[in-house]
Design a protein around this ligand. Structure first.
Ligand code: ADP
Length: 642
């Protein structure tokens, strides 16, 4: 028994306590993943040691054969996972096994609902790591010693996974970390060689380090009656490597199964869901590298936190160098996970040097292209692509602004709701829009609105419906901003149907135009009168060519900021420029005609204001003075019932 000194008991950080109690219930149906998590941590610890040993070979302490050992004791009901990796100091133990250091932990915990299936998915995406031990263990002992530290500086951490843990300093000759799980009653099944071997194969085959178990002892033959038990020879049990123990990305594509790719993704990403697609490539030549890139199926909880860690894992000639290298992919591809193993970067590269290395720039361009190609390929499978687009479409929409060079490729990946669709599915690509364009149509028409119904029922679409012209319905917050960064696609320019003069191309024939001009002239009296009455609200009043059913609509000047952009600016604490809309009236509409014949100036003003406010409402706008609108409308309603 080693002596333990400097004992103390510490409380878990509140978040850990919350996570522990939630996790144990929600992940119970998937309890075997604890082994994968612990092996994954052990493998990370070995990689960290290998990296640090590049500078200081003494850290190996004469033992450079890194591996992970798994053993069990049926009687004691324990499973032990040991590595000879980097180990932890006492301070690191407190930090890593007493808190959760991940960004967005609070918001993640806030999203948990108590609904097991939903929560287990969220927890899966968040990643539970070491704490998953407590799904099957009633208590856990961790013995660890940092590589390079004295054997007297071992640390013993112990906990029952409730409120607190104890710490003590112990003697530990072997460098690295040993984790002993004391299985809960009912979980003894894990203290079994076959079960453990099976789980290692299933979840950890891709781990580059050998995962070793001792051979099983042969079954003892019971001694025959009357016979003295023969003196037993001591059986020497050999070590056995259970996994493939080669870095997965170094293997040939044809030698790696789907399941292995998926498991490797889970190891990399801490996501429990299978990836939706991946791309594995080896490039030879001057800038030699291997990349394995994955697209998750579901969005991580911190997708919209721009500070959240992201990026690829960098290896140089098989040696792990660093995690979360965000130089290799643009921000709009931040959801992509994976590994890059380069043969042309220098082994002692740092983040600072990486930022200036021209080879890194080349890698970034190549990996960006690979990612876009992978998504293009995925888009051929419409169902899968819809899943992808729902999760990450709004991130892709940041692309054209960030990555001008790949604008066209990114735009091909976009999908929108459209008047062509029966429902709100965002499934129409720009290419399919163009394919369906009417003869002579020169522009890609779109409308932006807060939501699908507002867009679909917008009065601005009336003329398009009448003429059978498709309009894209852009209903995401980011859409208007995105449209300010793209101008054309495949030679066709974009046109917001609620902005500027409406130009329907050749669809609008000469006769229509003439009729329109005449109507405008005839209505001059009315438009002037309206202009005067609504002078504070509108920049211009004119006869519309957009409407068939509604009395009026609001139109923005071609370069005015729309409602979504204003909302974005205001949310960012900036004041949006003030601009007055153009008020367009439909002179065929009985309400407009009634207004025209109204001689009482007060009544005319009420009607004008009501119709103006209604046009604002129909476009999804928020009235500046809703109470006055209601008062005016009620006054008219009362007159009706007189
Ligand atoms: P994650 O692995 O996602 O960071 P964990 O909760 O699994 O989260 O582990 C927390 C931290 O504890 C790790 O980041 C690592 O620093 C440390 N750790 C866990 N297991 C080991 C180990 N076997 N050897 C060294 N450090 C470890």
């Amino acid at each position: 028994m080693t002596t333990e000194t400097q004992q103390e008991t510490l409380g878990f950080q509140t978040e850990v306590k919350q996570l522990l109690s939630l996790m144990i219930n929600s992940l119970y149906s998937n309890k075997e993943i604890f082994l994968r998590e612990l092996v994954s941590n052990a493998s990370d610890a070995a990689e960290k040691l290998r990296y640090e040993a590049l500078e200081n070979g003494d850290l190996y302490e004469g033992d450079g054969e890194l591996n992970i050992r798994i053993s069990y004791d049926k009687e004691a009901k324990t499973v032990t996972i040991a590595d000879n990796g980097i180990g932890m100091t006492r301070a690191e133990v407190v930090d890593h096994l007493g808190t959760i250091a991940k960004s967005g932990t609070a918001s993640f915990l806030g999203q948990l609902t108590g609904d097991e299936s939903k929560d287990s998915q969220l927890i899966g995406q968040f990643g539970v790591g070491f704490y998953s031990s407590f799904i099957v263990a009633k208590s856990v002992d961790v013995y660890t010693r940092k590589a390079g530290a004295d054997s007297s500086e071992g640390v013993h951490w112990s906990s029952e996974g409730e409120g607190e843990f104890t710490l003590a300093t112990v003697e530990k000759a072997a460098r690295g970390t040993q984790i002993v799980l004391h299985l809960k009653d009912g979980e003894e099944e894990f203290a079994d060689g076959n079960r453990l071997r099976h789980l290692i194969k299933k979840y950890s085959d891709h781990i580059a380090l050998p995962v070793i178990m001792q051979q099983e002892a042969p079954l003892e033959m019971p001694a025959a009656e009357g016979e003295e038990a023969a003196e037993k020879e001591a059986v020497v049990l050999e070590d056995e490597t259970i996994n493939a123990a080669s870095a997965l990305w170094t293997r040939n594509k044809s030698d790696v199964s789907k399941e292995e790719y998926s498991e490797f993704y889970k190891h990399l990403s801490a996501d429990y869901t299978d990836p939706i697609t991946w791309s594995h490539n080896r490039v030879e030549g001057k800038n030699e590298y291997t990349s394995l890139l994955y697209v998750p199926t579901t969005a991580p909880h911190d997708l919209w936190n721009r500070e959240a860690p992201r990026g690829l894992k960098l290896y140089i000639q098989r040696v792990f160098i660093m995690d979360q290298v965000d130089e290799f992919l643009p921000l709009y591809l931040r959801f992509i996970k994976g590994v890059v193993d380069s043969a042309s970067l220098s082994l002692n590269i740092s983040r600072e040097i990486l930022q200036k290395d021209p080879n890194a720039d080349k890698l970034r361009a190549a990996l960006t292209k690979r990612s876009l190609d992978m998504l293009t390929k995925l888009s051929k499978d419409e169902d899968k692509y819809q899943t992808f687009w729902k999760a990450f479409g709004n991130v892709i929409k940041e692309g054209p602004a960030e990555d001008y060079a790949n604008r066209e490729k990114i735009m091909k990946l976009m999908r929108f709701s459209s008047t062509h669709n029966e429902n709100d599915a965002q499934s129409v690509s720009l290419a399919s829009y163009i394919e369906r364009m009417n003869e002579g149509q020169e522009k890609i028409y779109y409308v932006t609105a807060e939501n699908y119904n507002t867009a679909k029922n917008s009065p601005h679409l009336e003329i398009f419906r009448k003429k059978g012209i498709e309009v894209l319905l852009l209903t995401e917050r980011i859409d208007e901003w995105m449209m300010s960064h793209i101008f054309d696609f495949d030679g066709k320019s974009f046109q917001d149907v609620a902005k500027g003069e409406l130009d329907l191309g050749e669809k609008e024939n000469e006769e229509d135009k003439k009729a329109q001009e005449e109507a405008a002239k005839e209505a001059e009296g009315l438009t002037d009168r309206l202009k005067e009455c609504l002078t504070d609200k509108v920049s211009e009043v004119r006869v519309t060519n957009r409407l068939t059913d509604s009395p009026a609509c609001l139109v923005l000047n071609a370069y005015d900021m729309g409602a979504q952009m204003k909302a974005i600016m205001e949310a960012a604490g900036q004041s949006a420029p003030d601009s007055k809309p153009i008020f367009e009236i439909n002179v065929e509409h009985p309400l407009i005609q009634k207004m025209d014949s109204e001689t009482d100036e007060d009544r005319f003003s009420d009607l004008a204001n009501i119709i103006f406010d209604q046009a604002d409402l129909a476009a999804g706008g928020q009235l500046d003075d809703p109470a006055s609108y209601v008062a005016r409308l009620n006054k008219l309603l009362l007159e009706l019932s007189k």
